[in-house]
Design a binder for this molecule. Structure first.
Ligand code: PLP
Length: 639
């Protein structure tokens, strides 16, 4: 690359390359100094320089990988959800309000739930619990008038706890997922002498599409059919408890990319709502569940990592359709509830990791200059292909090179091609491929057939993280996350790369990236300079990733820091240290004490045999002991 090309590159070019404007939602941008900036309140004058923050944390002795949670983004997401519904309600003259309940399964970390509760309070928002542990957490953490909605399958204990919470003044609505749960609610309500607020989840005919479509539709695991709900309402009415049936709920699945699906579900549920209302149900809430998507790849399409609508459009549709159906039937407008989890939490955290090293795929060590006469014919053919390559014959040369390389490999396997000739053949082949790639770059685009070259010739950047711990959905469902360096953003990235993690699993790699609103198989990165840090961020990992993450290879939880901008300056609000080696070993039932004892015995034995002296024996044990207390990830600090 010439120096001229270097100076032509600007941070704007980098922003365009990584498509920041498409997916950032105004939370992320690049500073003039070429570092990644985060504006939690979408106000560029109140920004956090991620590189500066990471350097500060490093000085405090905190090693990468670090998960950074931006409290301000959570606050902004909650505010935006409220504002969008408020605008829709205002515009349509809707006669009731909106409340979001945050499903804590999306991110149960105490610090996160605390933030959601603290910032959501002013809007009347609440939380949703889908299991006993989640319920026990939120019952203790919420305020009296904060709604707690309980989904998921329930047993006696779950329902008893929910009603106990109601009796002590919490606003709890258990949602009936199957008929037998209503029996439990009635039983425990009587036992505790409370008049329960009951919700029912309806199985809609409308199904979502895409990944979670099984969450909706007749065959859904959850909910009651309309017939079942009617029968249960009759039961309640007979007991004079029709007024207890206060909330109608549905959930069509997560990350719904196409607004049409949501519209039809809302319409169908609204019709059911008004009919049940007229049959004597005391309905006051219509709970439209989750499903509001996040545009991870910024393509604004109905593909799996994207969505073809905005939060405002979603709010407009919910308000408009519910209102229209209610007005037609002269039924009062319900309080609207949504259980938006992903849309609240996804953007607020990012994982920062350092690149440990690079394997350059097919990097030509030295350009072959001339071949000895004695080399076999197919090696010479590769040489001829190499020197004849030009813009007009790339495809032909590529085909010839493949045939020649195959011939060389056959000869090699048969024992007819010495090792140095094999090396020459491979070097020539890769030199040809690199040549084609370069010509392609100058032409703008390679022919379809040759596009895989970028991937084939890409470098593997090894980064200090576990895909299985920190971005499991990348592995499990091929979910895309924006990934980019946090510094050097004023320089032109010149390497086609894929990412490898540090687990011993060949699935521990990322080879799907966002570029130009399209999915690409390589990411452009800067040349890794040995001895110099090169740090990458994986963005939008705030929803589902942490708790779905696992301990593959015993890489534990990463450090997590909570930061915010307070009065114009960046403040680290809390640091949650990641797992130590001792902690992850404890999860699989290794006691540190016992391990040290065993090591002590082995050292004693070695001492007896004269393999170690006393000083070495002591040093071995104390090193082992210290290591047990360290971070599970790789460290660049000296031991
Ligand atoms: C998972 C879940 C949600 C959250 O969905 P998002 O798409 O993350 O908003 C809401 N409600 C129920 C019942 C769920 O199971």
């Amino acid at each position: 690359m010439s120096d001229a090309a270097k100076t032509e590159w600007s941070v704007e070019d980098t922003a365009a390359l990584y498509d920041i404007a498409r997916w950032s939602d105004d939370y992320f941008h690049i500073s003039d100094a070429g570092t990644l900036m985060v504006s939690p309140g979408r106000d560029p004058s109140n920004s956090i320089d991620v590189k500066e923050l990471v350097d500060r944390l490093d000085q405090r002795g905190l090693d990468l990988p670090i998960l950074i949670r931006f409290n301000g983004i959570l606050a902004d997401r909650l505010k935006r959800m409220n504002d969008c519904f408020a605008a829709a309600i205002n515009e349509h003259g809707y006669q009731n309000g909106y409340r979001c309940v945050f499903p804590i399964k999306v991110n149960q970390q105490r610090d996160v739930v605390q933030q959601v509760i603290a910032h959501g309070r002013q809007y009347g928002f609440g939380v949703e619990a889908g299991s006993k542990p989640e319920l026990l957490a939120v019952v203790a953490m919420t305020d009296p008038d904060m709604p707690i909605i309980c989904n998921g399958f329930k047993d006696d204990e779950f329902i008893h706890m929910a009603l106990l919470a109601q009796r002590m003044g919490r606003t709890v609505i258990p949602v009936v997922e199957k008929v037998s749960e209503l029996d439990l609610i009635l039983k425990h309500a009587e036992l505790l002498g409370v008049r329960p607020s009951i919700g029912m989840r309806v199985k809609l005919a409308t199904r979502g599409t895409g990944r979670w479509q099984a969450s909706g539709g007749y065959r859904s695991k959850f909910g009651l059919t309309v017939a079942e709900i009617m029968a249960q309402l009759d039961r309640l009415n007979e007991r004079g408890m029709g007024d207890c049936f206060q909330l109608l709920h549905f959930h069509v699945g997560s990350q719904i990319g196409n607004i049409r699906q949501l519209k039809s579900a809302i319409l169908e549920a609204s019709r059911i709502y008004v009919d049940l209302h007229r049959r004597g149900a005391g309905l006051q809430y219509l709970d439209v569940g989750g499903g509001l998507g996040v545009d991870y790849d910024g393509s604004q399409t109905d593909t799996e990592s994207s969505m073809n609508y905005t939060v405002q459009e979603y709010a407009n549709d919910v308000v408009y359709h519910v209102q229209t159906v209610c007005d037609e039937a002269s039924v009062p407008h319900p309080t609207l509830v949504s259980e938006s989890g992903r849309s609240i939490a996804a953007q607020h955290s990012m994982l920062v990791m350092d690149v440990l090293g690079v394997t350059a795929q097919g990097k030509v060590q030295s350009e072959p200059i001339e071949l000895p006469e004695s080399y076999e014919q197919p090696v010479h053919d590769l040489w001829m292909s190499h020197i004849s390559l030009n813009a007009s014959n790339i495809q032909e040369v590529f085909h010839d090179a493949q045939v020649s390389l195959d011939l060389c490999m056959n000869l090699f396997s048969g024992g007819y091609l010495p090792l140095e000739q094999r090396v020459a053949a491979e070097n020539l082949y890769f030199a040809i491929c690199h040549g084609i790639q370069e010509i392609g770059a100058s032409l703008g685009e390679l022919p379809e057939e040759l596009r895989h070259l970028d991937r084939m010739l890409s470098d593997i950047y090894f980064a200090n993280f576990s895909l299985f711990q920190s971005m499991p959905d990348s592995w499990a469902i091929d979910q895309l996350f924006p990934i980019m360096p946090i510094h050097r953003l004023g320089e032109r990235p010149t390497r086609h790369a894929v990412l490898g993690d540090i687990t011993c699993d060949s699935d521990g790699k990322v080879d799907g990236f966002i570029c130009g609103g399209k999915r690409r198989r390589t990411l452009m990165l800067h040349e890794h300079r040995t001895g110099e840090p090169y740090q990458l961020a994986v963005m939008m990992v705030g929803a589902y990733q942490e708790i779905l993450g696992d301990l593959h290879n015993l890489f534990g939880d990463t450090h997590a820091v909570h930061v915010d901008v307070v009065d114009g300056s960046v403040k680290v609000q809390s640091i949650v240290k990641g797992d130590t080696v001792q902690e992850v070993l404890g999860y699989v039932q290794y006691e540190a004490r016992e391990l040290i004892d065993k090591l002590q015995e082995a050292v004693e034995d070695a001492l007896q045999r004269g393999v170690l002296n006393n000083e070495q024996a002591g040093a071995t044990v104390s090193f082992y002991e210290k290591s047990l207390g360290h971070y599970t990830y790789l460290s660049t600090r000296k031991v």
